[in-house]
Design a protein around this ligand. Sequence first.
Ligand SMILES: Nc1nc2c(ncn2[C@@H]2O[C@H](COP(=O)(O)OP(=O)(O)OP(=O)(O)O)[C@@H](O)[C@H]2O)c(=O)[nH]1
Length: 323
Amino acid sequence: MFDKLRVKLNEFRKAIDDKLKAAPQPAEKAGILDKAVAITKGEVILTEKDLEGPLWELEMALLESDVALPVAESIIDSVKKGLSGQRKRLLSSTGDLVEDALRDSLLGILSAHTLDFEEYVKAHEKPVTVVFTGVNGTGKTTTIAKLAELLKEKGYGVVIAAGDTFRAGAIEQLEKHADRLGVKLIKHQQGSDPAAVIYDAVAYARSNRKDVVLADTAGRLHTNVNLMEQLKKISRVIKPDLVIFVDEAIAGNDAVERARLFNDAVPISGSILTKADADSKGGAAISIAHITGKPILYLGIGQGYKDLKKFDPEWFVDRLLER
Ligand SMILES: Nc1nc2c(ncn2[C@@H]2O[C@H](COP(=O)(O)OP(=O)(O)OP(=O)(O)O)[C@@H](O)[C@H]2O)c(=O)[nH]1
């Protein structure tokens, strides 16, 4: 997982190290005060010029790893701020310095907003209604089933709403999952109003003391205005407690663009990225968190019902910065 970006970040760390080893003596480059300090302590100072090349390389590496341009620029800015003017003992490794700057920058994006889904469900008045948005084929149905399993394990009563009434196949697929998991499914026939299906599911949950309604929606193409309008209608009628955007980590910048458009249509509470097990880049999570300003809640890490990992920014950044 995320190996490509990890390798690139390591290269950046090494490039800064090499720069420093080849750096001129402090007396040649620092200001009067710094010079004195540097000479007595045997330190060098990282200037913007030292950082220019490696930062450019880092920006390219981030872009190649599905980090969207404005996000890459913001990371570069904060790493630059974290590093330039920093003194470093000659010949000692700059690893920590670079690692700290990268860590701060990435965690700044990924931890800016947090939402603990399980805590939310625990604390919130029941039934908690969760609507899932995102395009077809990204793993939305499987993700709903995974969350149903997780909630069931915690002792909650779960109802699934087959709100993707666009295709009969979607209703059947959800029904299979619900049967396997032993969870109640509320469905209408193909072509019916999705808001009505979800409304019925909430009513069922209320009268049967169920705790959580997980509502599928059609994999509406974000370019299709009518379908987006339908999503807005669902939101108006149902007033869901949470709206979760689902997309594939491996879709990279396409997923980032979709996240932005879906979030613009109906503001999301957070995202789940599927197929992280097949994602060598890792940039989609960073970009989606930055662009939507909403947390990543879980990563899908396989096809089984248990293959859902709670997203932990520290774990994710540790992975990326592993040597
Ligand atoms: N490797 C891997 N595969 C996944 C993951 N999540 C879902 N899949 C697979 O991705 C495929 C598509 O998943 P679905 O849940 O059917 O996708 P969907 O978005 O509901 O798609 P539609 O039914 O077309 O709307 C299935 O084969 C899933 O098993 C994941 O985290 N990792």
